[in-house]
Unconditional design. Structure first.
Length: 542
């Protein structure tokens, strides 16, 4: 097996709100020295407003080849000189690597665009208003099933290499699958999420809790994805939030959400997130719910898809729209945080071109909006710390590619016999279940592994091969860890590298029935490099 190292493309885009730069002279270092003169601090404020502008033609296709001179930017009606300009375009990716049956690899295809995408299944707002009314429960189940089907179809349709994370919002926000381009893994994660059929009344305390949850979800997604450079497209399956965005739709018993909404917009802007609402009900009467979706899209530079039953195509359009854009930046006329709303307008000197961009911003200092740490949305997987694989082996995290490997995963040729010793650390609560023994055959290219020189011209390798198996609620069911130490003579070491011979290992583990997520990993102790791979397994009852 011959592999080349994979690099995930990342973007380096100027931060939305550049920080404070300061300079101070050194103070007296000796203990007991006389106090120095008053320290002077030079503070330089620079705020850079970054706009991601999409341009489409009459057929809703991206328009390429525009130049900086084609654009005119105004803030509060005043022209602003563009300081930075870049066109970001998607590009076709070759067909996926063909592998033998039951063989998987953690080699990732290059993404077709720098933009990454987040699918948010808003089950909270699709739940029945009153769960004691069978018709409402049935309609909510039908809507959520419709959304899940559309999300799966959209994933299957998306261009190869498209980076997507899947999140679900019920009574909390949960990562179903972190960023990956693996369509099998994404569809399994979507299908595994349970329906939310608990009542969410439109008025009173529960309605306020639901509305606050929506704003907190926006805040959380923005904060936890700020470390990902460049544009993020939040594709939000929803039924609208008119109580938050339209004051006349808010009952008198509910509070004013304007401050929370402006903070959410601030954070989404700072994180370069454009929201693409997709109405979960499909074609319906045009009302305040759809208007609220359009308001969120307009405020964040996205597009609302409200009058279509083809939700999968709407998602595909959002992915295409968000993958091709122009990045413009300028220094606003007022560089201080005055808290006011500033209107933005962008024009293009080209006929037949429609632009989409965020139409303004609140000049708030987002660093003062405090949120406790929560999710971990990142395209960069966590490292192994001091040889501990717990973090990189966590469910749903990004794939680690510092060590590339192939693994064959299939039922063992020698099934487990009743009463035979258990292979793996099966959760005691699953004792007594009928288990299926699976075999995993690894192949790791030897040229990736660091060998330390040993005595008598030998070369020593030290590897961990790990398995972690989770259920659909991210609960660890079983696992296995095996240390493999390889000592090679100098001749064998040179021969192995020259012939590109892989390091191979066979493991077996006993798995319970159900929809499982099996994560496998390889750690090189000599270099601390890690490779991981996650795949869904659906094991039937026997």
């Amino acid at each position: 097996m011959q592999c080349s190292r994979a690099f995930l493309a990342t973007s380096c885009v100027v931060a939305i709100l550049a920080g404070l730069a300061s300079m101070r002279p050194g103070a007296a270092a000796q203990q007991g020295a006389s106090p120095a003169n008053t320290t002077q601090t030079l503070q330089v404020y620079t705020r850079l407003t970054v706009l991601d502008v999409t341009a489409i033609d009459a057929n809703e296709q991206p328009v390429h080849g525009l130049t900086q001179a084609d654009f005119t930017v105004r803030e509060d009606g005043k022209p602003q000189p563009v300081r930075n300009f870049e066109e970001v375009s998607s590009h076709p990716v070759g067909p996926p690597l063909e592998l033998p049956p039951d063989v998987y690899t953690n080699l990732q295809p290059p993404p077709p665009s720098r933009a990454v995408n987040i699918l948010l299944l808003d089950l909270l707002n699709e739940a029945p208003i009153d769960d004691t009314v069978p018709r409402q429960v049935a309609m909510a189940a039908q809507t959520q099933h419709f959304v899940k089907q559309a999300a799966v179809q959209a994933v299957l349709n998306m261009p190869a290499g498209t980076q997507v994370a899947v999140l679900a919002m019920t009574n909390n926000l949960r990562i179903l699958q972190s960023f990956t381009s693996d369509k099998t893994l994404l569809t399994a994660a979507i299908n595994a999420v349970p329906y939310d059929l608990q009542g969410t009344p439109l008025g009173g305390i529960q309605a306020n809790s639901r509305n606050q949850s929506v704003l907190e979800v926006f805040d959380r997604i923005a904060i936890d994805s700020m470390a990902i450079h460049g544009r993020k497209n939040l594709i939000w399956f929803t039924m609208g939030i008119p109580q938050i965005t339209i004051p006349n739709d808010r009952p008198g018993s509910l509070p004013d959400y304007s401050v929370g909404l402006s903070h959410a917009y601030d954070l989404l802007t700072a994180a370069q997130i454009s929201v693409y609402p997709v109405d979960a009900r499909g074609v319906t009467y045009l009302g305040d719910a759809q208007l609220s979706e359009q308001m969120v899209a307009e405020a964040t530079g996205g597009v609302a898809y409200t009058e279509t039953n083809d939700l999968a195509t709407a998602v595909d359009k959002a992915l295409n729209n968000g993958a091709n854009y122009y990045s413009l930046s300028y220094i606003p006329p007022d560089t201080h945080y005055d808290g006011a709303y500033h209107k933005i307008d962008v024009k293009v000197d080209r006929t037949g071109v429609t632009l989409t961009f965020r139409t303004g911003y609140f000049a708030d200092d987002v660093s003062k909006i405090k949120m406790p740490p929560g999710l971990s949305l990142s395209t960069t997987p966590p490292p192994a710390v001091n040889g501990n694989m717990k973090a990189p082996m966590s469910r749903g995290l990004a794939t680690s590619t510092d060590i590339l490997f192939d693994v064959e995963v299939k039922p063992s040729a020698t099934p487990r016999k009743p009463g035979a010793p258990l292979l793996g650390t099966l959760n005691p609560a699953l004792q007594g279940r009928r288990l299926t023994r699976y075999g995993l055959q690894y192949a790791v290219p030897s040229q990736q592994i660091v060998f330390k020189d040993g005595s008598k011209q030998t070369h020593d390798g030290n590897l961990d091969f790990d398995i972690a198996v989770y259920d659909t609620n991210d609960k660890l069911l079983t696992g296995l860890s095996q240390v493999v130490k390889v000592t090679l003579s100098d001749d064998k070491y040179k021969q192995m590298l020259a012939n590109q011979e892989p390091i191979q290992l066979y493991q077996q583990i006993d798995l319970p029935p159900g929809q499982l997520f099996l994560r496998v990993g390889v750690l090189d102790h000599n270099s601390d490099k890690v490779g991981t791979l996650e795949l869904p397994l659906n094991i039937g009852k026997k």
